[in-house]
Design a protein around this ligand. Structure first.
Ligand code: MOS
Length: 753
């Protein structure tokens, strides 16, 4: 699609168009919208992990001044009965959570009451006075204990491919191979913790008519959920998420506060706001706990002969959450004998949910740690091992990749970190009291194009408006869509008014899977293209038009004019065209979607090479990561500034995964104990030093109409492995249980091989 003729903005480092609004507090988030007489809801959560609510004593709470109502399973409103009405666009199979539906408790932290009051303070105070008594039943929150009962989920989650059938004979090849490793790993659960708390402000307009300000990655997903659960008409429910303060996957599915705010609003016929506490944010879904067994075998040159990757991951007792956890191990490297398996085990926790690069951030990390172990076994440089096994195909499906500039990532990343200076032997580099190590890993994530629509409008006054129901979860969507539209229409960024974050706009998938730039971006380009064609038709038809003999290909849109490419003098201002057409506006739609014919032959992924330097205090086992280099091949880079920012965020999260982030469960009571940001440590500034981001040149005309692959997730994939591998190289200690906290490093005596 040749729509971006001038590319004055696309490809250029452009500051966020919403930046000023955000730093001046003018960008409103879900909990910041006011409404006349808005009521405040505070959720009471269960403190036991399984059982039934025997008694809920709400008398004292109800008597508090300002308390309007307390909703429990005993007086909750009517809502849909069938599971399918509760299932949102990205729900896994199973029985979705129905807050306050019955006396049954399935996990600690489950909502058991909503206190609604005239003020937040009154609601919070009253919530603390709700007394629950339970008939406690046995629970299990320990994946280790449930591994023996792990099962293949009978119903597969839509959009998540199950592991492919085995190819070759992995066991036979393994037993015959000379160089091999067999290792067990664990990746502990992680919690998203976006800055913005989950919040819904439900504005009651009139009987059955609501405007909902909602923290979500998909306004239309939330709208569909509300309509289906409460039986409301889509025209009467408008969901707005103009700005989203991070989400990382946690806001793909509608969360409990949406249901509770809407229910209370409909019952009380008032506007209601419900905000989760930071503590409650730990009980709404997380990256699942997982155990992995990996066996790799190679010949003396490092060529892979056999790959086996078996994983067991947790799900809740009521839904079968699934992600592509082991599939990467079969597609990334050339190997003829591969066997993969993925099983679930039920725990009394909230249903796990997608978290930045779900399945890859954890699964690829395990594969890449195992590859590092194999490299020492073979006695080959870890980077060389990856290069030797490079493939330009998706090895699982056999499909050709539309592009894979991974070798360039290896070369540029290695050059930047100074890989050549690395000494082969672990524990062979030191500086002062610190052991120094260099480690690396490959990253991979899918590059997908989803169905998306957009609309472009030119007003009589010459103003462009472009809209699509995309969400910007902090990724830069506001900015890149504006850049794309401005270039397509040949006008400055300031001449384009973008509208996103509103369920009433042209349809869009949830913002997830790193597909928004490619999907909504291409839809915006298509809508602009359609608008230009219509404008050209009007221009051509004008009396004495200088474009009368021109074809569409012979003109260009530039500086608010349509001009002949061969004779810029022969041009018309868009305002003249609008005036002559005598229309208040011209509106055109554009849409994109996956190309089914192409998908039969080709597959598309984003790739990266991550290099990490680790420094480990020999006495104290304190780990520092002074440097990470992340070289990414993601097709066309729309905005190097926001793109770099996405990779930085992913890398920081990868460091958190490697070293810090760990939910500590007290299995006796089945409850996370460090449900706060003081004890669940996400990397802070002091944990992060230099991060270099490199974008390898990658032209890909097939992956999406704009040649864009997407960047939201690739930065985290492999980063934890690069860090773990660097720590091994520094210390000779192999920790196979993430995060690598210093107690584990101190306990391990060394020689993890
Ligand atoms: Mo992403 S985990 O699809 O928001």
């Amino acid at each position: 699609m040749q729509v971006l003729e001038h590319e004055r903005f696309v490809g250029r480092a452009t500051s966020r168009v919403d930046g000023v609004l955000k730093v001046t507090g003018q960008a409103l988030y879900a909990a910041e919208y006011g409404a006349p007489g808005v009521l405040h809801g505070v959720i009471v959560s269960s403190t036991v992990a399984a059982g039934r609510i025997r008694k809920l004593d709400i008398r004292q709470a109800k008597a508090l001044p300002g308390v309007v109502e307390i909703f429990t399973h005993e007086n909750r409103a009517k809502a849909a009965w069938l599971d399918r009405n509760w299932r949102d666009d990205v729900a896994p199979p199973g029985h979705p959570l129905r807050p306050l539906y019955s006396d049954r408790v399935l996990y600690s932290g489950q909502p058991i009451a909503l206190v609604v009051a005239e003020s937040f303070e009154a609601a919070r105070d009253a919530a603390s006075m709700v007394r629950a008594e339970y008939d406690v039943e046995p629970h299990c929150t320990e994946l280790e204990r449930k591994r023996a009962e792990a099962y293949d989920p009978p119903e597969k989650r839509s959009g998540i491919p199950p592991p492919p059938e085995p190819r070759g004979d992995a066991e036979q090849a393994f037993s015959e191979a000379q160089y091999k490793i067999s290792r067990d790993y664990r990746v502990n659960p992680e919690h998203h913790n976006p800055m913005e708390l989950f919040a819904t402000t439900c504005v009651y307009q009139s009987e059955g008519k609501l405007t909902i300000y909602e923290k979500t990655q998909g306004s239309q997903n939330s709208q569909g959920y509300v309509c289906s659960v409460f039986g409301l008409k889509p025209d009467n429910v408008r969901v707005i998420n103009h700005y989203v303060g991070g989400a990382f996957g946690s806001a793909l599915r509608p969360q409990q506060q949406l249901f509770l705010a809407v229910m209370a609003s409909l019952e009380l016929k008032r506007s209601v706001r419900v905000v989760l506490t930071r503590s409650q944010m730990f009980f709404i879904g997380h990256r699942p706990d997982s155990y992995h067994s990996v066996s790799l075998a190679a010949d003396r040159d490092g060529r892979l002969l056999s790959i086996t990757h078996d994983a067991v991951a947790e799900t809740s007792v009521f839904e079968d959450y699934q992600e592509a956890l082991v599939n990467w191990s079969g597609m990334l490297y050339r190997c003829d004998n591969v066997k993969l398996s993925y099983a679930l085990a039920k725990l009394n926790t909230a249903t796990p949910c997608d978290m930045r690069a779900p399945g890859a951030a954890n699964g690829v990390t395990v594969l890449e740690c195992a590859m590092d172990e194999l490299s020492y076994e073979v006695g080959i440089d870890p980077l060389k091992l990856r290069e030797v096994n490079f493939t330009a195909n998706d090895e699982s499906s056999g499909k050709t990749l539309t592009s894979k500039a991974l070798l360039a990532c290896y070369i540029q990343g290695a050059e930047t970190i100074g890989w050549r200076k690395r000494k082969r032997e672990p524990r062979s580099m030191r500086e002062g009291h610190e052991l120094v190590g260099l480690g690396m890993a490959t990253g991979v994530w899918e590059a997908s194009l989803q169905e998306a629509k957009a609309r472009a409008r030119l007003t009589a006054a010459g103003r462009f408006e472009v809209s699509t129901a995309a969400s910007d979860i902090g990724t830069g969507t506001w900015t890149i869509l504006t850049q794309i539209a401005a270039d397509a229409l040949g006008v400055p960024i300031e001449a384009v008014t973008l509208q996103i974050g509103d369920s009433s706009l042209p349809s869009s998938p949830v913002e997830g899977g790193s597909w928004t730039a490619a999907s909504n971006g291409s839809a915006v380009a298509a809508a602009c293209e359609a608008l230009k064609r219509t404008l050209f038709k009007h221009a051509k038809g004008m009396a004495n038009s200088p474009l009368a003999n021109a074809s569409f290909d012979q003109v260009e849109f530039k500086s608010g004019r349509i001009a002949r490419k061969d004779d810029p003098g022969g041009s018309l201002a868009l305002t003249e065209v609008m005036h002559a057409a005598d229309l208040p506006d011209i509106v055109e739609d554009g849409s994109v979607g996956p190309n089914a014919a192409q998908a039969k032959k080709f597959a598309s992924y984003t790739h990266s090479a991550i290099f990490a330097e680790a420094r480990v205090d020999e006495e104290l086992a304190v780990v520092r990561i002074p440097r990470i280099v992340c070289a990414v091949a993601a097709g066309r880079i729309l905005n190097p500034k926001t793109a770099r920012s996405q990779i930085l965020g992913g890398v920081v999260m990868g460091i958190g995964m490697a070293l810090h982030e760990e939910a500590l469960m007290d299995h006796r009571i089945g409850r996370i104990m460090n449900h706060n940001l003081a004890e669940y440590h996400v990397p802070a500034h002091a944990d992060i030093e230099q991060i270099d981001v490199i974008f390898a040149d990658e032209q890909d005309e097939k992956v999406s109409p704009l040649g864009v692959k997407g960047l939201g997730e690739i930065g985290i994939v492999g980063t934890a492995a690069a860090v773990a591998n660097a720590i091994f190289h520094a210390t000779g200690k192999r920790i196979r249980d993430l995060p690598i906290t210093l107690d584990k490093l101190m306990r391990t005596t060394g020689e993890g091989r």
